[in-house]
Design a protein around this ligand. Structure first.
Ligand SMILES: Cc1ncc(COP(=O)(O)O)c(C=O)c1O
Length: 379
């Protein structure tokens, strides 16, 4: 074996010994919140399809219509021939939805964050970021070549200290998730807005888990110079977007490499997302159902004494030890409930957890089975 391969093997063995080795799990017959795993019916409490739109008949019909009309692939990058009228319409409607001048679609939320930060910041700039921001924001910051300083989670005093010390940088970008994806708690947007005004920074917020879920008409957050969103969660489709001023979006079109050098997402995704956006705004019953389910999980947690800071449909159950988190998750799955173990590097070492999410698509029966199984497995 070559020395390189030997090193790889050693790395993998190390992961295994620490309970950090990851493998794929193949599901079949996936039907929103239900699927089949190894011939067994399971209920999924782990997706981000918060409103159940991935299976909504109107969303599917629009995807099908666009597939028939445009074919499957988009064939080229957006600046070549990959921009269909559906992409442009979706961008216009997303901009209106987020109350910004304009918007830009990317292949995925991950690509959006990487592309936005690497285009808007450079070596002379400072990026100041909450410690629990999503990996894609960290990767974008690293790729930008800017100096990256991280403040402890939601510690805005520390954040302000860093901003003050960084007054000599050409530009300062303040970056935060709106809903933290592994803890389910919320950033303080008013405080971020105050810091932005006081220190004349650009504010970039990642509203991946907020859009469609929070606020009137599911609008989520509208504050910030750039709002990043994804079509892969409450929209139930796939893709990402940035909403901002005309000049910022023009900068992204010209300098954002994950936009420039990637094929446009399939027009059918844009067709489907347009319908999701309509439903998000028109049909508040989906959100009402989601929040009813959230309240039921909160009540169960309270009764069981499970501590949770969550203010969203994302509920961490902190286990701590990585191997133990995997064991508990495997046992739940054996009993028909899929709640994955989340471990380092997604969360800090020793903070392994089960990440439970609920959707409007979960029925009363699904929740009863969840609570009964959790009681049995967690004790
Ligand atoms: C906060 C946050 N930002 C960005 C992303 C990336 O979005 P996408 O899955 O569309 O690539 C995710 C999803 O994993 C996320 O949780």
């Amino acid at each position: 074996m070559s020395s390189n391969l030997l090193l790889l093997t050693e790395d993998l063995e190390e992961l295994k010994s620490k309970g950090l080795f990851r493998t794929l799990r193949t599901l079949s017959n996936i039907r929103g919140t239900h699927a089949t795993w190894k011939d067994k019916e399971i209920i999924l409490f782990c997706g981000n399809d918060y409103l159940g739109l991935s299976r909504h008949p109107r969303v599917i019909a629009k995807a099908r219509e666009a597939l028939q009309k445009y074919g499957v692939g988009s064939g080229a990058a957006r600046l070549i021939s990959g921009t269909s009228d559906l992409h442009t319409r979706l961008e216009e409607e997303l901009a209106r939805f987020k109350k910004k001048e304009t918007a830009l679609l990317y292949g995925a939320g991950y690509l959006t964050n990487v592309g936005v930060l690497s285009a808007l910041a450079g070596q002379k700039d400072l990026i100041v970021m909450d410690k629990l921001c999503h990996a894609s924001l960290i990767d974008g910051a690293k790729l930008s070549g800017a100096t990256l300083r991280v403040f402890p989670h939601k510690n805005y005093e520390k954040c302000e200290e860093i901003l003050k010390k960084g007054a000599g940088f050409r530009k300062r970008l303040l970056v935060s998730d709106t809903v933290f994806s592994m803890d389910g708690d919320l950033a303080d947007l008013a405080e971020l807005g105050r810091l932005k005004e006081k220190h004349k920074t650009q504010l970039i917020v990642d509203d991946a888990h907020g859009t469609g879920v929070f606020g009137p008409e599911g609008r989520g957050v509208t504050e910030g110079d750039v709002i990043v969103g994804t079509l892969s969660k409450a929209f139930g489709v796939y893709g990402g977007f940035a909403a901002a001023s005309q000049s910022i979006i023009e900068t992204l079109i010209n300098f954002s490499r994950s936009f420039l050098f990637a094929t446009a997402s399939p027009p059918a995704f844009a067709g489907a997302a347009l319908e999701s956006l309509r439903l998000i705004q028109e049909d508040s019953s989906l959100r009402e159902k989601l929040w009813q389910n959230v309240d039921k999980v909160k009540a169960f947690f309270r009764k069981k004494g499970i501590v949770s800071e969550s203010e969203s449909p994302i509920f961490p159950i902190i286990v701590g030890d990585e191997n133990e988190a995997v064991r508990v998750s495997n046992e739940l799955l054996r009993q028909g409930i899929l709640i994955p173990a989340i471990r380092y590097p997604t969360v800090s070492k020793g903070k392994a957890r089960l990440r439970l999410t609920v959707s409007a698509a979960h029925t009363e029966e699904d929740l009863e089975k969840l609570f009964k199984t959790l009681k049995g497995v967690l004790g």
